[in-house]
Every structure is written in structure tokens, then in C-alpha cells.
Design a protein around this ligand. Structure first.
Ligand SMILES: O=c1ccn([C@@H]2O[C@H](COP(=O)(O)OP(=O)(O)O[C@H]3O[C@H](CO)[C@@H](O)[C@H](O)[C@H]3O)[C@@H](O)[C@H]2O)c(=O)[nH]1
Ligand SMILES: [Mn+2]
Length: 750
């Protein structure tokens, strides 16, 4: 009989993606053959041949990182039934929610997220929910006050009837739930709850529409002289579970940290660090769950599942954080904008999970507090003493101020969190808010000359603060795990149009590339830290996204260049032609089958392929330029918040591209115009084909393929209103395309 204390709480299962492996290896082999062919075909040596060789070498190197990342995929299985046997009592979990703009992030969405978290299937006295409002908005505050009242009905209702979807807006949209039930009591309560929720959403809706709905008096007075980027900190305890009832409503705290125009606020990372400190003062839970305002709980037992991994004897020693996948509801049909991230997490995410661990994705993640405070896996109190300046088990004062800042109360809590090497039940669960201390730690200059944002908490310096923060943990030698129980842990909303999707990809690619160029570069992580070699390759794959735009754009321009200058970059009309052809065919067959095997449609596959090409050459290219400007200290990157739309019921134009004057459309339109020029040139035979160095079917096909990928932009050239590319963008693109064509022509005469 296994001892109860040694029962594994989770298990790691290695997956076999044999087909994927075979296809990926074949592609690699073909790429090598193609490169070899290029090297040994002396008679072809020319400028386009050389550029093609460079681009293909880059693709091959990227492919090595791709294969290595995907090679040994894994997943975890959690054993919920072992959890209580082993730990007896569940630990405390602090829950962080961030919101930043009441317009882009409608309060009703945040409220639903918060409600779903409060209703987690978890003892209410072990939970506390901290909501950060970077928008400093009385609307959000008002919505949360109302939501707190509703929570007192909602939380018991969910627990009584074991509701699965605990975000009311989703729960009540599923009409079928109540009709199927034979219990009149349930039906009655269901109806009552639905009415209450409708009333709540009406109140929130009205407040957003009527300017004077929440007059800034009484408890709202603190908002009267505030501006989004200029205000003192506002901290309000909305609900305190004073009696510590396990079936009550968890503590709810509203926080809007101080902001001043001259102080950088570090966007989400800055907000998370303030939440970390304030929660440290109040509940100081050893585990932190963080969720963006647009993600609701879809599996009420998710905290237990994640704790299976974090509390497992092996996990306890090795695992820094548990990341749950990001999935989205009411998605655009066939993933028209390629942002649902379904096949990618399955293959790449699964691959990461089989290495040192999945990346931290910024939301749906359970962290250990002590790891956020900088502890390494090999830190016992003895070594920690040296690194952190522990004296007699407590941190030396000077050192703590340098690391955690000057708040005594907070340092004391940090000391406790760090020392707690194993979980000990903590009965003194909630300290009432110490206003003075809380105000001190939420000011803009609290972090000056401390390690916050550098070694402690969420790291600053990249708009992909999530990946950066996770990378530092991996560098210290921690591992991480994916937790993906059935039903899916969380569901969120993803951009409902291409504008949102493209802005999001720009932010990600620039933030990731920023990491690659910084001192946190994964290569240093392996050379000087404990980042495992293949995990490093995987991070290189990820952080180079923006850089990839350069070879991709060059490669996409090559066929046009060749057609215009009557040269060639492909081995036409000879045996070598089969290398690029087979790479193209095998790659497409491979990715198509991966999509089909993930249960996705062929149309989804094509949309993902197409959007992959478009975003790399537009969003990622702009991300690349952004980082160049940042590194040259010309401008800094900003975190552009994604608009959270409720999906529209008007399905007519779903999947259609919309445009605005954003520079993001300039490179795409330019590339499209160049290809069109090339195709027209080819079609009308404006160039006489002089010698056998001339372009052939290969180049024309490539050019046409790019146009096919860019079909949404082609339609945009002729569209009107928001469906048309603005004239100013077309003009800029025309000028650029003209220059490119002239440049090509000038190389012929030489
Ligand atoms: O100054 C800011 C800006 C953003 N946020 C919050 O950050 C979260 C993520 O912002 P969102 O606009 O939804 O970005 P997404 O592209 O959807 O976010 C993904 O990418 C981000 C990194 O680029 C991660 O932080 C997120 O967790 C991850 O879901 C939201 O809750 C925002 O309220 C703040 O709190 N303060
Ligand atoms: Mn989001």
C-alpha cells in the first residue's frame, strides 16, 4: 500500500506525435538538400540566388528550433482525489485581476471575471480577490460594489447547484440548463438569479451610459479629482469575510495604485507588483492566481487541480508556476483572424511542457509567492541567508530595504513568505487593511532603488512582461507545468476583428524581441544560468518572432524582384526544382494534418496560414521597427490594451478585414502592390525573355501565392468605408512600391 504521504498528486504523460515528428524531420532534410543544392550550383550564382540562400538558411535555423521545441511533447494529469488525503487542509490562494480602461474593457466583463473567481469551488475563507484598476474609474468601482452585493446570492447558488460555468453572463446564455431540470426549487432560484443578474447588468450599463449615474460624493468622492494617469492610490476593501466562513463570500479588495505623469508605471507588471505587496500585507497567501479581466473560470475546481501540481512532493521542489491554457469563447468562425491559438498550444505548448516547462502567459496562472520574491529551487534557508541577507532566520534590515523597499509591514510578510519552505496551514487568515502601510507601498516611488521589477515580482522592460517573468524563473532552474483539466479551466474573449488581432501581435512580437535583445536573453540564461539548452532553443524560437519578419519580407519580395528584373531565384526547369516544391508541399500537408488532428477545419488551417504570413510581414515587422527605435532611444514601446468586444450578432461580415489609418497596413499594402506589378509584368510579357537566367513558373507561382495570402488586403483596395484601405495608406504604399520597382530596374542596367 502506498503511503498517503507519497501518493503522487499529478503525473506527467509523454505524448507521441509520431506523424508530426516524421513530417518535421522530412522538412528539415529537404531544407538541407535545398541549401546544399544552392551552394553547389555555381552556374546559378547571382544576387537573388544569394538572398534566397540567406533567407532559407534562416528558415532552416528557425526550423531546428521548431523541431526541438515540438520533439518531446508532454501533458499532466492531476489526481484530485489524492489531494485532500495528502494535505488535509487547503492552502490560501490570493487571486489577482487587472483591468485598465473602462471603455476598452467594459466593466461588465471584469465583473463577470470577478464573480466567477469568487465562486470558485474552494473554501471562501482561503480566498481573497484583489482587483487592480489602472483606469482609476468610478465606473469599475461602482460595478464592483454592485457585484459584491450580487455575489452574496451568486456564490451560494453556484455551490448549492454545482454550477459549472460560474460567470453569470455565460451561464444565463445557455438557455437549456434550466429547462432540462425537473426540480421546481432549482427552476425558481434560477429565475430569481437570472433576474438579479439582469438587474446588476442594467445598473452597470446605465452607469456607463449616464454621466451622473455615480455622483462623486460619499464613498465616490476619492475619484473626484482623479485622472487616469494622475491620481493618488485608492484602496478599498469591498467585502471582508470577517467570520472566516468557508461557505461565505471571499474577501474583495479594490486597488487603484498611485500614478503620476512623470513616473513610468510599467503597465500591467507595475499593477501586479502593487497587488503582490498589498496582498502580502493582508492575506499573504503562499499561492497567487492571476487572471486578466477578460477570462472567466470555466472549471470551478481549477484551483485544486493546480494545487495538485504545486503541492506534490516533486512539484513542491521543482515547479514555480502552473499555467492553464488560454481558450476563447464565441470565436470568429474558422478562426478567420488566426488568433484562437488552438493548434499552436497543442504542438508548441505541449512541446514546451515536455522540456523545462511552459512559458508564463500572463493570465490563468498559479504562482508561488516565494518564487516571485526571488527564491531559487536550490535555496534552503542556509543559502538564502547568504543571498537575501538572512540573519537568525530573518532578513537583515539593510538588505531588505534594498530588495523589497522600506515598508516594515511588507518586509515582515515577505520574510514569512520566504521562510515558509513547506506549506503550513495559516489560521490567522486576514489582517484588516493597514491604510498607512498600504498607501506607502502603492505609491509611484516606493520601488525606487529596490529590486521590484528587476529581480522581484513581475519584471519591467518588456510589453511581454509575462514571458520575461517566467523566463527568469526558468533561468533560476525552476520548472513549470501546464494544467489542462476537462472542462477547460478558463475561457476568455479574443479580438473580434483583424485590427485587435494585429495590434496584439505587434505588442507580443515587439515585447518578445525586446527580451531577446536584453540582458535576459535566453542564450545568457543557458550560458550563465540554469535554463536548459532545449528550453533555451524554444525561447529563442518564441522571442525571435519580430525578427522573422525581415527574412520573410525579403523572401516574399524575391519573386517580384526576379520577375521585374528577369532573373530567377529558383532552380527552374531542372531537377533541383523539386526541393523547393517538396518543401512547400510537405510543409502544407504537415500543418494541415496537424490542424485536422486537433479537430479543426481545413478552412481554419488556411486562415491560420494566411494570417501567419500577413501578421509576420505587417504586425511583427512593425514590432521589429518599434524595438529598433526603442534601442536607438528614439521612442519607447507602449502597452496598447486590446479592446474586449462582446461578439456581435450581425454575422454578415464576420471574417472580413477592416482597416484604419494605422501604419500597420503600409508594409502589407506595399508588398501586395509590388506583387501585383510583378504579376502584371509577367502576364503581359513586358519583359522579353532573353536568356535562360530568366524567371519561370516558380517565381510567378510564388508571387501569386503571396497575393493569395493577401487576398483580404486585395479586397481592401477596392472596399469602401471601414472595409477599404484608406487612401493615405494606399498612397504611401504606392510610393514605396514605386521606389522598389525603380530600384529593381536600376539593378538591370548596371
Ligand atoms: O497598463 C496596463 C495595461 C494592461 N493591463 C491589464 O493587462 C491585461 C492584459 O491586457 P490585454 O489588453 O487583454 O492584452 P492581451 O493581448 O489580451 O494579453 C496577453 O498578453 C499580455 C502581454 O502582452 C499579457 O499580459 C496578458 O496576460 C495576455 O493575456 C488586462 O487585464 C489589462 O487590464 C493593466 O492592468 N495595466
Ligand atoms: Mn486579453
Amino acid at each position: 500500500m502506498a503511503n498517503q504521504n507519497t501518493l503522487p498528486l499529478y503525473q506527467k504523460v509523454w505524448l507521441k506525435h509520431t506523424f508530426s515528428r516524421a513530417v518535421d524531420s522530412l522538412i528539415f532534410f529537404l531544407l538541407l538538400m535545398l541549401l546544399g543544392y544552392r551552394v553547389f550550383s555555381y552556374h546559378h550564382y547571382s544576387f537573388p540566388w544569394f538572398v534566397a540562400f540567406l533567407c532559407e538558411s534562416w528558415f532552416t535555423i528557425t526550423w531546428i528550433t521548431t523541431i526541438s521545441t515540438k520533439w518531446t511533447p508532454a501533458q499532466t494529469i492531476t489526481h484530485l482525489n489524492h489531494l485532500l488525503q495528502r494535505v488535509g487542509e487547503l492552502p490560501q490562494v490570493d487571486v489577482f485581476v487587472t483591468t485598465a480602461d473602462p471603455v476598452l474593457e467594459p466593466p461588465i466583463i471584469t465583473v463577470n471575471t470577478v464573480l466567477s473567481l469568487l465562486a470558485l469551488d474552494y473554501p471562501a475563507n482561503k480566498l481573497a480577490c484583489y482587483v487592480s484598476d489602472d483606469g482609476c474609474s468610478p465606473l469599475i468601482y461602482h460595478a464592483l460594489v454592485e457585484a459584491t452585493k450580487f455575489a452574496k446570492l451568486w456564490v451560494p447558488f453556484c455551490k448549492k447547484y454545482n454550477v459549472q460555468v460560474r460567470a453569470p453572463f455565460r451561464y444565463f446564455s445557455e438557455e437549456a440548463t434550466v429547462e432540462k431540470s425537473d426540480f421546481p426549487e432549482f427552476q425558481q432560484e434560477w429565475l430569481k438569479m437570472k433576474e438579479e443578474y439582469e438587474e446588476l447588468s442594467c445598473k452597470i450599463q446605465n452607469a456607463s451610459q449616464e454621466l451622473n449615474a455615480c455622483p462623486l460624493v460619499g464613498e465616490y468622492e476619492v475619484f473626484s479629482k482623479t485622472q487616469m494617469r494622475d491620481h493618488p492610490s485608492i484602496i478599498k476593501v469591498l467585502w471582508e469575510n470577517k467570520e472566516g466562513l468557508s461557505d461565505g463570500v471571499p474577501n474583495i479588495i479594490y486597488i487603484s495604485r498611485e500614478k503620476r505623469p512623470q513616473h513610468p508605471h510599467h503597465y500591467k507588471a507595475g499593477a501586479m507588483n502593487v497587488l503582490t505587496r498589498i496582498s502580502g500585507l493582508m492575506t499573504n497567501a503562499p499561492y497567487i492566481l492571476n487572471v486578466d479581466c477578460d477570462m472567466y473560470v470555466n472549471n470551478p475546481k481549477i484551483a485544486q487541480h493546480a494545487l495538485c501540481i504545486l503541492l506534490d512532493p516533486k512539484g513542491e521542489k521543482e515547479v514555480a508556476f502552473v499555467q492553464c491554457p488560454q481558450r476563447f469563447y464565441d470565436t470568429v468562425k474558422d478562426d478567420a483572424y488566426g488568433n484562437q491559438l488552438v493548434a499552436l498550444p497543442m504542438y508548441i505548448g505541449g512541446g514546451f511542457a515536455g522540456l523545462q516547462g511552459i512559458i508564463y502567459a500572463g493570465t490563468n496562472c498559479f504562482h508561488r509567492r516565494k518564487v516571485l520574491y526571488g527564491l531559487s529551487p536550490d535555496h534552503d534557508i542556509q543559502t538564502a541567508k547568504k543571498d537575501f541577507g538572512f540573519i537568525d532566520g530573518t532578513l537583515s534590515e539593510k538588505k531588505t530595504v534594498q530588495i523589497f523597499g522600506a515598508s516594515k509591514g511588507f518586509v515582515e510578510s515577505a520574510n514569512h513568505a520566504l521562510e515558509e519552505m513547506a506549506f503550513t496551514p495559516n489560521h490567522n487568515l486576514f489582517k484588516s487593511l493597514d491604510r498607512e502601510a498600504a498607501n506607502q507601498i502603492s505609491t509611484c516611488d516606493y520601488e525606487n532603488s529596490t529590486e521590484w521589477g528587476k529581480q522581484v515580482g513581475w519584471l519591467y522592460g518588456s510589453t511581454s512582461e509575462d514571458v520575461l517573468t517566467g523566463l527568469l524563473m526558468h533561468r533560476k532552474g525552476w520548472r513549470s507545468e501546464v494544467c489542462s483539466p476537462d472542462p477547460m479551466a478558463f475561457m476568455g474573449c479574443s479580438p473580434q476583428d483583424n485590427l485587435g488581432q494585429m495590434a496584439q501581435h505587434k505588442r507580443w512580437s515587439s515585447g518578445l524581441f525586446d527580451i531577446f535583445l536584453s540582458s535576459h536573453c535566453p542564450i545568457f540564461g543557458t550560458l550563465f544560468g540554469k535554463l536548459q539548452f532545449r528550453e533555451c532553443l524554444a525561447y529563442i524560437w518564441l522571442t525571435n518572432w519580430a525578427l522573422r519578419s525581415v527574412p520573410e519580407i525579403s523572401y516574399a519580395l524575391l519573386p517580384a524582384y526576379c520577375i521585374i528584373t528577369n532573373s530567377s531565384f529558383l532552380p527552374n526547369k531542372e531537377l533541383g526544382m523539386w526541393f523547393p516544391v517538396s518543401v512547400f508541399v510537405v510543409y502544407n500537408v504537415g500543418t494541415l494534418s496537424e490542424h485536422l488532428m486537433s479537430g479543426l477545419s481545413a478552412r481554419t488551417w488556411w486562415n491560420n496560414q494566411r494570417m501567419g504570413r500577413i501578421t509576420t510581414m505587417t504586425s511583427c515587422f512593425l514590432g521589429f521597427l518599434d524595438i529598433l527605435l526603442k534601442r536607438l532611444r528614439i521612442s519607447d514601446t507602449v502597452f496598447e490594451i486590446t479592446k474586449k468586444d462582446q461578439p456581435s450578432s450581425n454575422n454578415e461580415n464576420v471574417g472580413r478585414f477592416i482597416f484604419n489609418k494605422s501604419p500597420i497596413f503600409v508594409p502589407g499594402t506595399t508588398i501586395l502592390l509590388i506583387q501585383l506589378t510583378a504579376l502584371v509584368t509577367a502576364l503581359w510579357g513586358w519583359q522579353q525573355l532573353k536568356n535562360d537566367g530568366a524567371y519561370g513558373l516558380g517565381e510567378v507561382f510564388c508571387s501569386a501565392y503571396v497575393v493569395l495570402c493577401y487576398l483580404p488586403l486585395l479586397k481592401g483596395l477596392f472596399g469602401i468605408g471601414k472595409y477599404g484601405i484608406p487612401l493615405s495608406t494606399i498612397s504611401k504604399a504606392t510610393v514605396l512600391a514605386f521606389f522598389f520597382v525603380q530600384l529593381c530596374r536600376s539593378t538591370i542596367t548596371k
